[in-house]
Structure formats: structure tokens, C-alpha cells
Design a binder for this molecule. Sequence first.
Ligand SMILES: *Cc1c(COP(=O)(O)O)cnc(C)c1O
Length: 257
Amino acid sequence: MPDQSQPSASPLASGSIAERLAVVRGRIAAAAVAAGRDPGDVRLLVATKTQTPDAVLDALAEGVDLIGENRVQELVAKAPAVADRVTQGELQVHMIGHLQRNKINQVLATATCLETLDSLDLARAISDRCLRDGRTGDRALEVMVQVNVTGEESKSGLAPDDAAALATAVAALPGLRLTGFMTIGARLDGSGEEAVRAGFARLRAIRDEVRASGAPGTASATELSMGMTGDLELAIAEGATIVRVGTAVFGPRPTPV
Ligand SMILES: *Cc1c(COP(=O)(O)O)cnc(C)c1O
């Protein structure tokens, strides 16, 4: 565990991360209150893609307890910096990018949740691996089903009409624990607020339908991971329990990912 009394390697970045985090937390709390919700019911996931391990540690020093990585390569590269905190239960690491089957092992070794499950084939492969490793019950891998609520070809996730069936099948697999649903909203500038909100509402309706089914393993599917820097207020208004924020915490990324 890093000694927090040591001056940070990058004091400027550290200060600005602290200030930006305060702004983001303020936005989350205000949006929750405006929606008549308890601010404590919305968790901040800090999206750490393209950030250095030091930048991630700066965020953790400010009380961040949930981070998300898009690429397995980055997940693995940052794992040593955060592994102790994960083991101690102080930090959760979510995989929020598409996962290829040949990288399942790396994700199982370093992530606490896979938010981007979008096929039964992948789900079965991960569950089988978990079973082989003795990971069932409390040690099963947390997963969310990623839904493409906008129907844009460029976005991953499965069609809304197929989401409930996949979630129900996933919930029954012994190596996985279904914790909820994830989506990337429509582009706010291209679609307008109403369309963005409608997409988030769709994800909530899918979650509610799956839970109401009473099918085995679906009671734990409470989470709605939706909302990013540009649209987190809209997502919270529609019930987000996790918002995934990168730019508003770290500043603009050098290259788009
Ligand atoms: C990058 C990313 C985010 C955060 O996006 P920002 O606009 O930088 O807040 C959230 N979710 C996913 C899946 C991402 O790839």
C-alpha cells in the first residue's frame, strides 16, 4: 500500500484530480437529490483507460473505491498497483470494455466484475473457467449484461429484445453472479436529452422485468451501470446505481479510445 504521506509524484495532477472528483461527486449528489433519490445509492466508477498507475493511485487516495478498465492489457498493467486494495476489499475493479474469449483468464485474475457480457457463449466459457477454479457461490464472478439501447451498429452489447433472455440464462450459471445491467447511452449532441433518457429508461425496464420474473439468480441483479461525463445526470434521473466517469475526473484523454 503506498504511503499517503509521501508527496505525490505529480502534485499538480493530484490536486486537480481531487478538485475534479469533488465536482463530480457534487454533480452526482445534486442529480440524485433532484430525482428524489438517496445520493448514497449512486456509486462513482472512475474510468481509468489511458491513465497511468500513478494517476489511478491519485484517484484512490481521494477515496475512489471503484474503477473500470476497458482493455485487458491495461487491466493487467495496472493490477500490481491496486492488487493489495482489491484483496483487502477496499477497491473493486470492473471490466467495462469488450472481452475476447482468449483473455478470460486475465480478467478473472484481476477484475471483480465484468460489465460487458453480451453472449451466452462467453458467459458459459467464463462460468466453466470459474468452476474449474472452484469459484462458485460467494466467489463467483460478478457480471452485468451489456445492452445496446441505442441500436447503433458501432456499439457493443446485445439488442434490448434479447437482453432479458440472456440475463436469465446467465443468472442460472453456477460460476457467475448476475449483478445488473450496463449500457452506453446515445450521443447527447446527436440525439437530444429525450432519446438519451429513453435509452436509460429501457435499461431500467429490462432490469425490472428480469427481477420480476423471479427466475433463479435474478434477485441479485440490482445494478444499472449507465451515465458518463456528459450524461450522468440523465442516467441518475432514470435510476443509475453506477455512473462511469473518466474525463470529468482526469481531464480529456490524449487519444480517443
Ligand atoms: C471511457 C468510458 C467511460 C467514461 O467516459 P467519459 O466520457 O470519459 O466519462 C464510461 N464507460 C465506458 C464503457 C467507457 O469506455
